[in-house]
Write a protein that binds this ligand. Sequence first.
Ligand code: GRF
Length: 197
Amino acid sequence: MLNIAVLISGSGTNLQTIIDGCKNNEINGKIKIVISNNKEAYGLTRAKNNNIKAVYEKDETKIIELLKKENIDLIVLAGYLKIVTKNFVNEFKNKIINIHPSLIPSFCGKGYYGEIVHQKVLEYGVKITGATVHFVDEGADTGPVIIQKSVIVKDNDTLETLKKRVLHVEHEILKEAVKLFCDKKLKLKGRRVFINE
Ligand code: GRF
């Protein structure tokens, strides 16, 4: 069973998906710690409600110490609105994954996070969007893609209706990616990720 850490900044619905996946043994892992750079993040309450160590910490050096102390095998960035440094990536090489609410490489990178992504999707007028789980490298949303799933943009979509449908897909593919990582079924070759069935 792998030790998981989840880094959040907001409500934590993606975190809740992983909590539930561990609880019902779909995920062969244990969430040892939840860390937020936002004191008000509701995700910290979700962690406490499930007896998971919940920490408010903004300093990256202290976050690295916390993660090492917990012998973390997998770090999940789940609505973590801060770009991690080169040093952080190197400390946990190929052990960090992120969920992004678009089909990377579209609508991603610096400045593209949360609702802004859906706003840009609607403004641009694309017909298909979706979500992506990827390994984290030294760039913003540039790491090797693990899983993607598409979402049709409807003519009558608003920011709220689109965000809701994409979030549903986020929960689905994030749980699957964490499950595959914990089952050691992900093989990284260069930029390509292969899933060993
Ligand atoms: C998600 O859409 C995530 O992709 C984005 O922020 C949102 C956070 O949702 N980065 P939650 O906090 O997991 O509910």
